[in-house]
Design a protein around this ligand. Sequence first.
Ligand code: XMP
Length: 516
Amino acid sequence: MADYHDAQPTVFVLDFGAQYAQLIARRVREARVYSEIVPFDITVEEIERRKPAALILSGGPASVYAEGAPHMDPAILGLGIPVLGFCYGIQEIALHLGGEIPKTDIGEYGFAELTVTEPSCTLLDGVPETSQVWMSHRDSVGTAPEGFVVTARTGTTAVAAMEDVARGLYATQFHPEVAHTEFGQHIIERFLHDIAGIAPMWTMVNIIDETVERIRAQVGEHRVICGLSGGVDSSVVAAILHRAIGDQLTCVYVDHGMMRLNESDQVVHTFRDNFHVNLIHVDAEDRFLDLLAGVTDPERKRHIIGEEFWKVFFEEATTLEGVQFLAQGTLYPDVIESGNKTAAKIKSHHNLIPFPEGVHFDLIEPLRALFKDEVRAVGAELGLPDEIVHRQPFPGPGLAVRIIGEITLEKLDMLREADAIVRAEIGAWDTERAVWQYFAVLPDIRSVGVMGDERTYGHPIIIRAVASADAMTADWARLPHELLAKMSNRIINEVDGINRVAYDITSKPPGTIEWE
Ligand code: XMP
């Protein structure tokens, strides 16, 4: 992402391998300042070339003395660029500038009470005398380097914050970026806005304007093709490309028939009728169903759908004249790969698209500087409907992974109806969007029931609803019994062929979110 946003002040977050580096970058952006994550071993030359307005050193391993612990070039601390170090970052500053870090092996993990000991301090100005902070460290600084003033302590940590105003160096042992630190965002904003003097310019309007300009410069007079899936990322890519280059954009929506109720109509309506985008809607349901007939193995289903999807897409893409670019919804977290050596590397996404023999398009990735919440905000600002902007994660193979066993049109329709009820009912209850994902699953079993005077032999529907932060782990959502009862009644009364409803109470691990 070289030099993408050098037009405006950029803060570099030096990644020392903390799981917190991304969080820091996001907090900086919440303060309306553009941030990028860079490897801890970034060179002085690179910094002088890119001219970041400030640097933040992330947390990292437990101790600067740990074997193989990452170290920055200390010369960077002398460039006159304001620096803020968190956790490992404070130790790194102390190590390079002559402070002492005794190996006490007395760690501090979790909540701690911070006491500001220097009322006239700069960084912690506005933080009350005592407040709650989040700690996660083993060693800590014992004696601050010369020139530094210690500004705060906790019960176990003598140097919880220190600063050298003359040199523009600031550091905290605690983590201001985590929500548990009461005045964390205040401290970050104090550093960015007041100390480093960076104006809060990273606004939605700015993001859109810059992205639009960037697209125009890259595309010129050429044409761009974009695969729409109905998901947030591809929808925002399409909307912003359309804003930038209008009719030079053609979108292809491959409808594999595994979409939820009315979803395809909504995609087509939004882009064709509201945005007036050139849209090719390929209704390939029959083609996919034919290929899936008799297939029951989950991996095989995924494989067939994935392969056929690109086949259909490229059949369309290659009929268009003069297309040079293929747009892709790569986001910033996809770009940063914090490997175990902590270096932020650029992933090669270019290999992911299975270009057929002899076919090639250059990639355009308009969202590769943005976090997911920024992408949603851009989408909303561009006028995309709420259902798209806040769409839950939905697997590429769609309902195919929620029908256990063979996929038939009849089962798809049954699941679509039941799923629509689940989404409507939980959606109406979950107004704060606290539930990460909710949907219906159709297993490959039938059971006996009774409706009226009649014996039934129908399928059950399983309701799945989970709380999660990132889909890596998840817990089943504690839905109220009344809500479960209402969904059960509605599904059994309204969906032919369903005579039983179950609720999945498995967390991840050991379960997965999807059933296949
Ligand atoms: P699991 O089931 O592995 O799902 O706990 C984690 C997240 O990934 C989504 N998911 C998929 N997304 N193609 C996708 O694009 C897939 O094949 C796929 N399988 C699962 C799932 O919905 C959840 O958010």
